[in-house]
Design a protein around this ligand. Structure first.
Ligand SMILES: NC(=O)c1ccc[n+]([C@@H]2O[C@H](COP(=O)([O-])OP(=O)(O)OC[C@H]3O[C@@H](n4cnc5c(N)ncnc54)[C@H](O)[C@@H]3O)[C@@H](O)[C@H]2O)c1
Length: 354
């Protein structure tokens, strides 16, 4: 395949740990340009991964006609303005999750995207975890009608001990461009968006749209817990547990109970490059089935999926703009439900739909 020529905006931690090496390893992409406001970060990215150009300003990268597609790897508050600028410059876009930090700005992007024929994917890389892909295929195929889903994302109190060992040593800079307000200053909101966007997107990938939520929230000594009852559009009952942090190891996965079988999934931190352990019991043969999932590089597979769609292949796994908006709407509904004393909230109502 004619490789897609990629430019990356943002050379911070996620670019260094995931996207830059993933572009270089992808079988259908080539890194053409890097961009970061920090000279140190863009120079380091250029030296380490090779590219034709390094820019300080995103507008310069977007004006480079060699760049066909961009990866937007910047703070959440910058996702939508940069995605809009990239679409208006005629580029395809892979934007980091969460799609945006507010529902209103995500909807602005929807309007702009609707008037282009460009590909826009949201970087929910767990959709490219081979175990989760298998669960998706079984859920939407042989397992038949779904009854109930339970998903959890419980971050370890030792997360950074583990990820510091797994990540490359980051190049850091004091002149990196940050939002005016530190997103981590409202830790409760930040944690819900940054981790909840994975929990909600995986649930939607396995079971479809979430139509209403009822959330209980509790916090003890800096640890936050959101327990949400949810209902999916097809009537599937759901429970989503987001707890950051637990006193224990990273604990993430889901169960699905369906008409013709069930699924148990255990997901690892993506930095282990190990696909989820998934077991599917099918009642037709009374057997458990377990995929190997040997290729655990969800970030590289995500870029390969993005480039394949740009080159005309059908979308198989990717989170599109509607998925990105839906995740932000569900997380907003959870916040409102918790604030309103755990009342049921309709997601469409939060999203401003009739
Ligand atoms: N999918 C995942 O597993 C995963 C993991 C971690 C982070 N993320 C997401 O990745 C995103 C980025 O995270 P990070 O920790 O790398 O962020 P960061 O803010 O530390 O780094 C972003 C970099 O982008 C640069 N930048 C921002 N706006 C720019 C602009 N207009 N022009 C040029 N450079 C610009 C900054 O200078 C900075 O160096 C976040 O949205 C986060 O939620 C995803």
């Amino acid at each position: 395949m004619n490789p897609v020529r990629i430019g990356i905006i943002g050379c911070g931690p996620i670019a260094q740990a995931a996207h830059l090496p993933a572009i270089v390893k992808a079988n259908n992409a080539v890194l053409v340009a890097v961009c970061d406001r920090s000279e140190l970060l863009r120079t380091a990215a250029l030296a380490m991964h090779g590219a034709a150009a390094a820019y300080a300003d995103a507008a310069e990268l977007l004006a480079d006609t060699r760049v066909e597609a961009v990866i937007i790897a910047v703070a959440d508050a910058f996702h939508v303005p940069l995605a809009i600028a990239a679409l208006q410059a005629g580029k395809h876009v892979l934007v980091e999750k969460p799609l945006s930090d507010t529902l209103a700005s995500a909807q602005q992007l929807l309007v702009v995207h609707a008037n282009t024929n460009r590909v826009l994917h949201v970087a929910n890389n767990k959709r490219y975890d081979m175990g989760i892909e298998y669960a998706h295929e079984m859920s939407w195929g042989p397992l038949g009608q779904r009854m109930a889903y339970r998903g959890w994302y419980c971050d370890s109190h030792l997360r950074y001990t583990v990820t510091d060992n797994l990540h490359p040593t980051f190049v850091t800079a004091t002149d990196a461009l940050r939002p005016g307000t530190d997103p981590k200053s409202d830790r409760r909101r930040y944690l819900l968006l940054t981790h909840g966007s994975h929990l909600v997107d995986t649930a939607r990938y396995i079971c479809g749209s979430i139509v209403r939520v009822q959330t209980q929230y509790r916090s003890i000594e800096g640890a936050h817990c959101w327990f949400s009852a949810v209902t999916f559009a097809d009537g599937t009952l759901g429970h989503l547990d987001l707890t950051v942090t637990i006193q224990g190891d990273h604990h993430e996965g889901f169960n699905l109970y369906s008409q013709h079988g069930s699924i148990q999934a255990k997901t690892y931190l993506p930095w282990f490059f190990k696909s989820s352990d998934v077991e599917v019991f099918t009642s037709t043969d009374q057997q458990y089935h377990r995929p190997l999932g040997a290729d655990g590089h969800s970030y590289r597979r995500q870029i390969e999926g993005f480039c394949a769609v740009i080159r005309g292949e059908p979308v198989v796994r990717a989170a599109g703009i509607a998925d990105g908006i839906a995740a932000v709407a569900v997380l907003t509904a959870m916040t409102r439900s918790a604030e309103a004393g755990s009342t049921w909230i309709d997601v469409d109502h939060v999203a401003g739909l009739p």
